[in-house]
Write a protein that binds this ligand. Structure first.
Ligand code: HAM
Length: 420
């Protein structure tokens, strides 16, 4: 029978890697919860229209990359390509805007995009996303970015760059888009066919184009920060001031438009100087119009998401194998039966224990305990059973002693307490 493999662009996270992931997630959760974010668990699929309306039908994500299917009732759903749309849907559906003036949420889980897989780019990948609803002040943008930077510091990351841009608002953006459209119209024949279409329908999306020809032309394109209205200019200046005050360096990048349509004003990305082409480890910004666009009250919002696979590639945490503290070497059927009871007792006492189930020689079982790096081994064979004893072996010292079975748990708990 031919072997079945995982789909392209979909990776397993193996037991040897999961501990690193858990540690990374622990640090992230602690940092976010200390900053007032509460976890929300969102569904993995939603009605397709939610994504089309929020992210934008013309974006690559919606037009090319969604996994969309019909259920038996003929309704159209998509696997979530990102979490913001679902978070806004849940915020509205459960009226999370009632109560406190602002609502701070975070979520963690898999997202799905049918992109061309390459290093750091997957079709199923994990994100931690953060959303703040109800606050429009520039200080919020800076505070939320600062929480992210602090998290990266706690994770021991260096060599990061914060890219910043302002995309304007419904007041000033139309004027900018007209300027951009005029510029693109003049270069129309030099653009790829995708960009020719984008230029007419959603001109800012030309900045997503990866074609070197189009990228070269866009060098001279009008820049959105040059067309901001007074309110957006002031907001952007204050975000920059707050970041400077907090000691975070940033780089202005007028081509940073993000691949999703819902953003206004602040847009940002954190890029790693150590990764290759897929170097953005987090990205986000302000999206003050989205809650209203999805049928809710006018609500300012700001958020971002971190790509956990990319983050994990940058972390060089020493690996921490799952090792038992005590390993039971059991010789013969009766010892195995008794061993199972003993294993249960040890675990109930809060000790980390494993046992050998197979009928192997003493030497083989000790070798296995050694491989697992268990510091203590308990040996139980026919002689010990007859005498009501067990042998406790200190694997590091290479010494052993005989104990009465009833003394065992007390003795082990004593050693465990001194150790911790
Ligand atoms: P995004 O920039 O599309 O934003 O994704 C955020 C991060 O997810 C990226 O910076 C990257 O690290 C990771 N990522 C994206 N696509 C892939 C992929 N195919 N393989 C591996 N990692 C990937 C959003 O998703 C927005 N929802 C962020 C946001 C939240 N904005 C406001 N609130």
């Amino acid at each position: 029978m031919p072997q079945i493999k995982a789909p392209k662009g979909v990776a397993d996270i193996l037991p040897a890697q999961v501990r690193d992931w858990q540690r990374m997630e622990r640090i992230i959760r602690r940092t976010l919860e200390a900053a007032g974010f509460a976890e929300i668990r969102l569904p993995i699929f939603e009605v397709t229209e939610l994504f089309a309306r929020s992210i934008g039908a013309e974006t690559d994500i919606v037009s090319k990359e969604m996994y969309t299917f019909q259920d038996r009732g003929g309704r159209t759903f998509s696997l979530r390509p990102e979490g913001t749309a679902g978070a806004v849907r849940a915020y509205l559906e459960h009226r999370l805007y009632h109560g406190a003036s602002d609502c701070r949420l975070y979520y963690l889980g898999p997202m799905f995009r049918a992109e061309r897989p390459q290093a750091g780019r997957f079709r199923q990948f994990n994100q931690v996303g953060v959303e703040v609803f109800g606050l429009s002040e520039p200080g919020v943008d800076a505070e939320v970015i600062a929480v992210l930077m602090e998290m990266f510091t706690r994770l021991g990351l260096a060599g990061l760059r914060l890219d910043l841009n302002s995309l304007g608002c419904p007041e000033c953006r139309p004027g900018y888009l007209r300027q951009l459209q005029c510029f693109l119209e003049a270069k129309r024949l030099l653009l790829c066919t995708d960009c020719q279409r984008r230029a007419e329908i959603n001109p800012q999306r030309v900045f997503d184009c990866k074609q070197p020809g189009c990228q070269g032309i866009l060098e001279d394109a009008p820049k959105s920060p040059d067309s901001l209205c007074a309110a957006c200019r002031d907001h952007f200046r204050r975000v920059c001031d707050c970041l400077e005050q907090l000691g975070y360096a940033y780089q202005l990048n007028s081509r940073l438009v993000r691949g999703l349509d819902y953003y206004n004003r602040t847009a940002f990305e954190i890029v790693s100087l150590k990764l290759g082409a897929q170097n953005a480890i987090a990205g986000g910004g302000r999206y003050d119009g989205l809650v209203e666009l999805l049928g809710g009250p006018s609500t300012p919002a700001f958020g971002y998401a971190i790509g956990l696979e990319r983050l994990n590639m940058l972390l060089q945490l020493p690996s921490e194998p799952v090792q038992p503290w005590i390993y039971l070497v059991l010789l013969g059927d009766e010892a195995k039966r008794q061993g199972l009871l003993l294993l249960q007792e040890l675990r109930k006492a809060g000790l980390s224990a494993q046992m050998g189930h197979q009928n192997k020689s003493l030497k083989k079982q000790l070798q296995h305990a050694n491989k697992l790096e268990a510091p203590w081994v308990l040996i139980l064979g026919e002689d010990e059973l007859a005498a009501g004893n067990v042998i406790l072996r200190d694997m590091r010292q290479g010494t052993q002693e005989e104990l009465l079975q009833e003394q065992l748990i007390g003795k082990l708990k004593g050693i465990w307490t001194t150790k911790s």
